[in-house]
Design a protein around this ligand. Structure first.
Ligand SMILES: Cc1cc2nc3c(=O)[nH]c(=O)nc-3n(C[C@H](O)[C@H](O)[C@H](O)COP(=O)(O)O)c2cc1C
Length: 303
């Protein structure tokens, strides 16, 4: 009997739906699947108010993690771990980071093959780099990564995702599509569990090699990589400034995040389009380099 542990933190239930579909064809009489939701000690609000949302930025960016409840009845002898996570400010969400820093995680993940499963707006590449460090600190072996992103990629989801998170409504409006991941993309995630079912029966997880190749597990838009790298660097500086101005819920922090948001909005509507324009020109001459970068960050599972 093979044992698979599935861990995730999902606030609105979107990632949970992805996880459910992903593992729908995985369990049978030879494969046991234990699914556990990670829960923060203090639940996050939904929908978010502007300040509740914005003030999560420093700790998330600096990968500090949030206190989570201990998981009960966990074993240490899983053959494979599937870790579902969402992205907060270009980093793994704070409850997931919090869990990965616990002693419990140390025991469970030690030397285990891990598959990460991301469900986010559209920018997860730098978050996955941080995830690699967190997993390597636990001596876990990352063998695959799957990422599902919101419909209406790029500029549309820049509007639709925050609107959903701040209003609670995913509905389409004006010329914008619905917020969140396409239902058909969620349904099709069952192909991964089917492949894993076959792979586990053939002991493939012991080989420490990707099991989900040629299934369109990830699909990186190379043009976004530069924005993510610049964003991560600038987030780090601002995170330290905002943290210095005050703790969560303090006036200092509220003032700091207000200034930062104004800066960010100006950035999004000036520097980002300018960057895209400049990049478009540069990219014409760097097609091969861009392809190489896409390939690098699409590892280990690839397209
Ligand atoms: C505080 C916060 C910050 C977020 N930052 C990002 C981000 O940097 N990149 C991204 O692609 N999605 C981002 N998202 C969207 C989430 O990754 C995710 O798609 C959404 O929160 C729904 O996830 P759920 O299953 O937990 O409800 C953010 C969401 C929240 C709440």
């Amino acid at each position: 009997m093979k044992k698979v542990l599935v861990l995730y933190y999902s606030q609105t239930g979107q990632l949970k739906n992805v996880v459910d579909s992903f593992i729908s064809k995985l369990p049978d009489e030879e494969i046991q699947v234990d699914v556990r939701a990670i829960e923060p000690v203090q639940a996050y609000p939904f929908p978010w108010s502007f300040y509740e949302f914005a003030q999560e930025f420093p700790e998330a960016t600096l990968v500090e993690g949030e206190k989570v409840k201990e998981l009960e009845f966990l074993q240490n002898d899983y053959d494979l771990i599937i870790l579902g996570y969402t992205v907060w400010f270009l980093a793994p969400s704070s409850p997931i980071v919090g869990f990965l820093k616990t002693n419990q995680a140390k025991k469970i993940f030690n030397n285990k093959p891990v598959i990460t499963l991301i469900a986010c707006r559209d920018m997860w590449v730098m978050a996955q780099e941080k995830m690699k460090t967190l997993l390597s600190n636990l001596d876990a072996k990352l063998i695959d990564n799957v990422a599902l992103t919101d419909q209406g990629k790029g500029i549309y989801s820049f509007i639709t995702t925050p609107k959903w998170l701040l209003s609670g409504s995913k509905d389409a409006f004006w010329f914008f599509p619905k917020a969140g991941i396409l239902q058909s993309d969620i349904d099709n995630a069952s192909r991964f569990g089917k492949r894993l079912n076959e792979a586990l029966k053939a002991d493939k997880e012991k080989e420490a090699k990707p099991l989900l190749r040629n299934l369109d597990a990830v699909n990186i838009n190379g043009k976004l990589i530069a924005s993510e790298i610049i964003g991560t660097k600038s987030f780090k500086i601002w995170a330290k400034i905002v943290k210095f101005c005050g703790k969560k819920n303090s006036i200092g922090r509220k003032i700091a995040v207000t200034f930062y948001t104004i800066f960010l909005v100006i950035l999004v509507f000036t520097i980002v389009p300018l960057n895209i324009l400049v990049r478009k020109t540069i990219n014409r001459f760097q097609k091969n380099k861009l392809k190489e970068l896409e390939k690098k960050y699409e590892e280990p599972s690839g397209r």
